[in-house]
Design a protein around this ligand. Structure first.
Ligand code: SF4
Ligand code: SF4
Length: 349
């Protein structure tokens, strides 16, 4: 039986992908992020239970479990079990700090796990994440791989780690990761990372870094060609060069890479207090508060208007977005499995 169409006019009838924040707390101390400074709240088991009938009605296929650090929610396993029993495929985005401890349970519950790893050694990791936990995170990746769900690694490229570009691919192999993906650190968007004040951290590549980064991209293309071909490196060489273009644009050297994104047409982000957003980077309108009713929030007057303005290219966030996602809405079935979405959701973890 063909699936119902996604849209009826400007209303969304289905929500194939939902991102659920399980907590605003985090045990990392990333310089790019404000969650760990201000986050206090967890999603409750009762609130998660109230979502289930709505997700069934909206035929949600994949729930991306994020935060903050989702494994800090004391009920993470019960919430994951509820969603799994409700028919959703589950994808965990984690900093990996407690993955070694939870590997067995996590691999039973999650269809895919993505670990954010921003250094290839203890010093770089600590400089970015604010913790001496590199070994612990590698241990978690290895434990999950041994337990049967090899994680994908996600690297947020920034000034303190871009020189390690090829080393990240080696590290992914050594730890048993199934794939690696790279994103640019987002410094153009004030709403990412729960920031509540001016974001002044000096994390982007500087003009003098750009030729070195370009050279390293060349090395990767030459020496890791097979990893591109096999998609072990999730992005194509062309897509990785967009990261260079992004950093160059930050310094007025050319335009930002063109963005094509319709993520808000088939997905939404739900915060721990029930506030819905159209994507990671654009805050939701005041009338998109869930109260257990996901379709109501998804099609509130404010959300419909917000989706229309995103579609019309009116949102400044989209012009500099590091994490756009495009899907053919007529053929969306099967394209939202976690392994097809490796680069999505750069804000979390
Ligand atoms: S381009 Fe980025 S900011 Fe714009 S809708 Fe897509 S994910 Fe959101
Ligand atoms: S970027 Fe992610 S891992 Fe780092 S403090 Fe923020 S939520 Fe935690």
């Amino acid at each position: 039986m063909p699936a119902d169409p996604l849209h009826r006019g400007s209303l969304l009838q289905r929500l194939p992908l939902v991102t659920l924040y399980l907590t605003e707390r985090c045990n990392s101390r990333c310089v790019t992020c404000d969650y760990w400074r201000h986050g206090r709240t967890d999603l409750s088991l009762a609130a998660a239970t109230r979502l289930l009938p709505s997700l069934t009605r909206l035929q949600t296929q994949v729930a991306l479990i994020s935060g903050g650090e989702p494994l800090l929610n004391p009920d993470w396993a019960q919430i994951a079990q509820l969603l799994k029993d409700n028919g959703q495929k589950l994808w965990l985005l984690t900093s990996g700090l407690s993955l070694a401890k939870h590997a067995r349970r996590a691999t039973e519950l999650f269809d895919a796990i993505t670990v954010s790893l921003d250094g290839t050694n203890r010093a770089t990791y600590a400089a970015i994440r604010g913790l001496d936990a590199f070994d612990k995170v590698c241990e978690g990746i290895e434990a999950a791989a041994r337990a049967g769900v090899p994680p994908s690694l996600r690297v947020t490229l920034q000034r303190s780690n871009y020189r390690e570009l090829p080393g990240f691919v080696d590290l992914a192999r050594q730890t048993g990761a199934r794939q690696i993906s790279f994103l640019a650190v987002d410094v153009a968007n004030p709403h990412a990372f729960g920031r509540t004040d001016d974001f002044a951290a000096d994390v982007a590549l500087r003009p003098e870094d750009l030729p070195i980064f370009e050279q390293l991209l060349g090395v990767l293309e030459q020496e890791y060609a097979e990893d591109f071909r096999s998609a072990y490196i999730a992005e194509s060489p062309q897509k990785l060069r967009r990261i260079l273009q992004y950093f160059a644009a930050l310094h007025g050297q050319g335009a930002y890479p063109p963005v094509r994104c319709n993520a808000p047409e088939f997905s939404a982000v739900v915060g721990v207090k029930g506030q819905m957003q159209p994507c990671f980077f654009i805050p939701g309108p005041a009338d998109a508060q869930l109260h257990g009713d996901v379709p109501g929030a998804l099609n509130s007057t404010g959300m419909v208007a917000l989706r229309a303005s995103i579609r019309a290219g009116e949102r400044a966030e989209c012009a500099t977005c590091v994490c756009s996602l495009w899907r053919d809405l007529d053929k969306i079935e099967g394209t939202l499995l976690p392994e097809r979405l490796v680069g999505f959701g750069s804000e979390a973890v």
